[in-house]
Write a protein that binds this ligand. Structure first.
Ligand SMILES: O=P(O)(O)O[C@@H]1C[C@H](O)[C@@H](CO)O1
Ligand SMILES: O=c1cc[nH]c(=O)[nH]1
Length: 337
């Protein structure tokens, strides 16, 4: 009965695929609850099948749709992501200090997703700190599961941050770049994915107000509080660190040094300030789900001057700069509310 009602609903064009809505055999909630859930999913461009999934195991983060999950995560407002597990563990500690969260004596920050051994995730009050690994496929899996997590937990107004590293283009190492829009290697502001043999295209702009708020904080703290320079611009997202980013030091290279420099020059002319590997998927999926998000990366190298990323010690210091900026933003927002 419910299935018929939902199937016959007049879905808007972006939702046509959700017409193939199937009811699973053992549904516990009432039809009205499912209808409400369906509507919430539809509005967010999310998968309406989720409304009738009785069980959903978020395999890569080792969590499960349940009342317990709802209780534990319903207060989440900020999800901060970055490539490495160690960095996100450090961020978890850092944000804990900044927002003044006290853990009971003898209790340490726990990796919630330890069982999966894919991602390391920490919850610090309303903040989640989680690592996403390298590249779009890796961040895509995590985003899918996090978006489902916040849906199942009934979280409201969640903001996502990617706190990362990158190569700068005509940018001094140590500079923080706030992405205005992610572009692919052909300067298209589109996240392209093959779905059922067809190319699906999603827009890749970062939330403009959020970008401006972060830039504003950057201006106030520039050259102090360990933040240094903060700029904004387009981010080129590559599928590889070496050939994909026009490096001359990969195992493969079938272009000349001047062809590489011509390409980097073209990046500059197109407004590209930095190159990394996740911004297309991050912005593409969040935009599609109508969720606010921004990419904030520190440049480890100026690609106009070279390819090698060397000093680990300096990079550790650099990696903390986006932490500081994001933590200031989160603290300011929490103080407002
Ligand atoms: O957030 P991180 O620093 O992991 O992001 C960049 C892009 C790639 O994932 C990786 C390549 O070294 O660094
Ligand atoms: O050059 C760089 C540095 C960090 N991450 C990248 O993807 N590229």
């Amino acid at each position: 009965m419910l299935r018929m009602e939902l199937d016959e609903r007049d879905l808007d064009s972006g939702q046509k695929h959700q017409k193939h809505f199937e009811r699973l055999p053992s549904v516990v909630e009432s039809d009205t609850e499912i209808e409400k859930d369906f509507e919430r999913l539809r509005i967010m461009n999310l998968n309406c099948h989720l409304a009738v999934l009785e069980n959903d195991y978020l395999y890569h983060i080792a969590l499960e749709k349940s009342e317990r999950l709802k209780k534990a995560f319903s207060d989440v407002k900020y999800i901060c992501m970055g490539g490495s597990p160690k960095r996100m563990y450090q961020f978890a500690h850092y944000i804990k200090e900044v927002i003044g969260l006290q853990l009971p004596i003898g209790v340490a920050l726990q990796n919630i997703s330890e069982e999966s051994d894919r991602y390391a995730m920490y919850k610090i009050g309303p903040v989640i700190s989680v690592n996403h690994g390298i590249g779009c496929p890796s961040i895509s899996i995590l985003l899918n599961e996090l978006i489902k997590l916040i849906h199942y937990a009934g979280c409201k107004d969640v903001t996502f941050f990617r706190i990362g590293t990158c190569g700068g283009v005509g940018v001094e190492p140590g500079t923080i770049i706030v992405t205005s829009e992610a572009v692919d290697g052909m300067f298209r502001p589109e996240y392209r994915q093959i779905v059922l043999g067809k190319e699906q295209v999603r827009k890749t702009k970062c939330d403009e107000d959020l970008v401006n708020d972060i830039l504003e904080i950057g201006k106030v703290h520039e050259d102090k509080d360990g933040i240094k320079k903060v700029i904004s611009g387009k981010t080129l997202c590559a599928n590889d660190f070496y050939e994909g980013q026009g490096r001359l030091d990969g195992a493969f290279c079938e272009y000349t040094s001047s062809e590489k420099m011509d390409f980097l020059q073209k990046c500059k002319e197109n407004g590209v300030k930095n190159i990394e590997m996740e911004s297309l998927c991050f912005t593409g999926l969040l935009n599609h789900a109508k969720i606010r998000g921004v990419v904030i990366c520190v440049a480890l190298v100026d690609r106009l001057n070279g390819d090698q990323v060397v000093s680990h010690d300096l990079n550790i210091e650099f990696q903390e700069r986006p932490f500081k900026l994001v933590a200031k933003y989160i603290k300011k927002q929490l103080e407002k509310n």
